[in-house]
Ligand binder design. Sequence first.
Ligand SMILES: [Zn+2]
Length: 472
Amino acid sequence: MFTLPAEAAQLESWWFDARENQLVFTTDSAVRPRAQMVFNPTRIVIDLPGTTLGRPPTNQAIGGAIREVRSGQFDARTARLVIELSAGYTVNPRDIEVRGIRGNRWVVQLPQPEVSETAPTANAGNSVTGDFSNDATTFLSNVRATPDGFFVRTSGQIPTINLERRGDRGEERQIIIDLFNTSISPFLDAESLPRNRYSVSRWDITQDNQNLTTRIVMTLSPNSPDWEITPTNIGNQKGLVIIPPSGVSISSIPDRPQAVDPTIAVPPSSPPPAIPQPSQPPILPPSVNNGRILVAIDPGHGGRDPGAVGIGGLQEKNVVFPVSMRVAELLREAGVDVVMTRTSDLTLDLEPRVAIANNTNATIFLSIHANAISLSRPDVNGVETYYYSESGRQLASIIHANVQPASGLGNRGVKQARFYVLRNTAMPAALLELGFVTGAEDVVKLRDPAWQERMAQAITRGILQYLEPYRR
Ligand SMILES: [Zn+2]
């Protein structure tokens, strides 16, 4: 487990003004952006060192000369904004201006894009095409290089596959892997696929919604061995293991000769005027999100699993279920879609709870619980909220800030913990502990339907406050 240093900045908002051809973004503390132009496809990449996204990646389709603008987390310490031009367009990188308005507010000004003189080269990199489908039973999350070869990570059911090999040794060959009943995950993007690793020159992934099949085409350079592809399910690792055939050592396979996208550095950014930054609440400009908002609510425990059992035999599941159902109702009244991991007194493992959130591409995930310590410790009381990833921290903080004061219970704070549902959900996730069923003060409230209603209201307020930037 690692945590980011406290001084890491967070990207608060960004938007692209298509009329002015400019990208404006704001962070919560000062950053030094780095811009570069990258080709195939042509795009301007703005990296924010020491900055996290703190929210799901988003994209804004533009149209015309600019295809789309998107945000993502490039690595643990770098947030990335990408302005991708439409095919056949280019800009002169010398005319791109990166301008600091303040240390935490920057403008990337593009010149008017021009029609590119050279015909756009055939896409030399990896590709992912097709749209996420909800109907699949398996979801392809990513492909990564491992010390043994490659791993195609999936969620949901173990994929059923069909293999086809094309071409002869000594020339460019292809391995075609069809995964049945499988959809690409909405988070899969071509940039994250391995580049030039182990003599695999490219990866092309296409989603066919008609037949609910995802096709992976591995293009092998002439010196590549054949690969063995095996569906697997080891612990949390579900997917396809891709390793060389027996007798071929992975260390004998060269990485494909470098044919990396050329990049052109954009002239250094002009520093912002040196105005001391008073700490002020961020002004959130219209934020961008094409996707729909979907909130996953997970009532803890259920069925044969009562959760904690406290004073007077109060069962955790009987507190968190009505609160969760009421939160779902209130969110829907506010026009927000909700997916519940369970809607009855059902026994449910942790894995399907995570799968429901991941497979529906929920925007956020909230698991609702009540706490317990021991019947001999009625003195321990209070509300606490957990997160695991940096992206969950903001969600947990906002929910806690709404729930704890409304609860009338003690404040045990917002904490990081390695709970399964927090570690394995792909979106910002939080786990709320509404109070202690073993606590003498808390138990009185926990069993009171009027208090439960106030909690549902407070949780809903927190969720809506967190989602506010996305709901425009
Ligand atoms: Zn619990």
